[in-house]
Design a protein around this ligand. Structure first.
Ligand code: NAG
Ligand code: NAG
Length: 213
């Protein structure tokens, strides 16, 4: 059964959160879904849906005082992306734009698994994300043992596609488009995702916005 977390429910949770951190977890579970703030490849719906089929769009949002980094959880780590992947770092005055997704609780384990929580790659984090309807409390993930690594063009492309698909501010998309890559050419997780994205590409203007470097 699809569950859609709504602003009013989550704003209530936000008030409780200020009083008691334990209560927020309980309330989100009671509602049957949770909100997730994505800023990397999970900006793209088709990518997130590979492992998390219940995800539905709630809003775009801005995480204040964090910056977007690309890296890996150690030196010489290899992944299906062939380069660094996104994470956030506390940085007063900076901002990270992203997409707030509502996921059924049944996808919580899938999302944690995708983010490699048990393997120690990422740690879940609770953040307050600014939206045009006020602050929203979300789950997000931060990389452990961060080792700065340039992203592959394939990873960058998926991030850019997601940013455009969900209408992140043009200025932020421009910043994403300026991200340096390692010029990797070869198979990657992107290939699997793009089979599902084809339809968007033919009906929208995404390629023009994302393939420019
Ligand atoms: C990573 O690879 C470089 C080059 O092969 C090597 O010098 C370095 O020791 C490696 N680091 C780790 C932590 O394995
Ligand atoms: C990737 O290619 C661009 C354009 O040719 C070049 O400027 C850049 O240095 C290359 N990056 C790497 C990591 O090789």
């Amino acid at each position: 059964m699809q569950c859609q977390c709504k602003y009013n429910q989550l704003l209530k949770v936000f008030v409780f959160k200020k009083q008691n951190n334990l209560l927020i977890t309980m309330l989100v579970t009671t509602v049957g879904c949770f909100l997730y703030f994505a800023f990397g490849s999970n900006l793209l719906k088709e990518r997130l849906h590979l492992a998390n089929p219940t995800a539905t769009f709630v809003s775009t949002g801005r995480l204040k005082d964090y910056k977007l980094n690309f890296g890996l959880w150690g030196e010489n780590v290899t992944t299906r992306w062939h380069g660094g992947v996104g994470t956030i770092e506390y940085s007063p005055g900076a901002e990270v734009w992203g997409v707030i997704w509502s996921l059924n609780n049944e996808d919580l384990a899938n999302l944690d698994s995708q983010e490699g929580v048990k393997d120690g790659f990422y740690t879940p984090l609770t953040v307050s994300v600014e939206t045009d309807k006020g602050p929203v409390v979300c789950r997000t993930y931060q990389m452990n043992n961060f080792y700065a690594t340039v992203a592959s063009p394939q990873y960058k492309e998926v991030v850019c596609l997601g940013a455009v698909q969900n209408n992140l501010p043009d200025e932020y998309v421009t910043r994403l488009k300026a991200v340096q890559t390692n010029n990797y050419t070869g198979p990657s997780l992107r290939d699997q995702i793009m089979k599902k994205v084809k339809k968007i590409i033919t009906t929208h203007t995404i390629p023009q916005k994302c393939n420019e470097t």
